[in-house]
Design a protein around this ligand. Sequence first.
Ligand code: IPE
Ligand code: MG
Length: 227
Amino acid sequence: MDGNGRWAKQRGKERYEGHIAGVESVRSSVKAAVRNGVEWLTLYAFSTENWGRPAAEVDAIMALFCKTVMGEAKELRDQGVRVKIMGERSRFSEEVLKMINYIEQTTADAERLTLVLAFNYSSRREITLGVQDIARRIAEGTLKVDDIDEQTISDSLMTAQMPDPDMIIRTSGECRLSNFLLWQSSYAEFYFPDTLWPDFTEEEFDKAIEVFAKRDRRYGLVTETKE
Ligand code: IPE
Ligand code: MG
């Protein structure tokens, strides 16, 4: 979800107003995902690196997270949306932790769409923690070095219970991953619309689905040619 700050600046507003406007695009994307039969939607809401932004902006994002969770949890549950927060929790305030528990518990039984919010997430940190976990199991003698396979590594990540992403969308025209799902995106389709996140509507989401449907996914193989 990129481009909130630029969206605000273009309108002579403060950056945090762009984040507030971005919440509407979260609603639209969730709606469009449910309507299109998408079962997993992961939104990169706050990276580990984002703590380095000015304190006022970080505080505004944390406050917006709490307010949005409070206001949307029941509505999300009623739409069939189960919410999971993915990221390191040790740095969050009591209030944020309370809201994380609240939304995860409120929506736990919903079954149409799992909405994963990557919040204080970074993929290198995730991989580092996974490697520590694997090393610990080897040291304890519960895992053998030669038994480590791709599944062992996938299972050691924060995404252990999730499928790999089929498509990664980054708005605002930036063409980089910025520490998002590095291991998991090996065969993801990438899509970089110029649209700034607050302008990302249901129609924009539908367009992404159309783009995805036209991609030829070969996974390193060759396309079958019919005689
Ligand atoms: C994305 O918008 C939202 C977060 C990272 C929280 P930005 O805040 O990165 O917006 P730009 O890139 O400055 O326009
Ligand atoms: Mg940005």
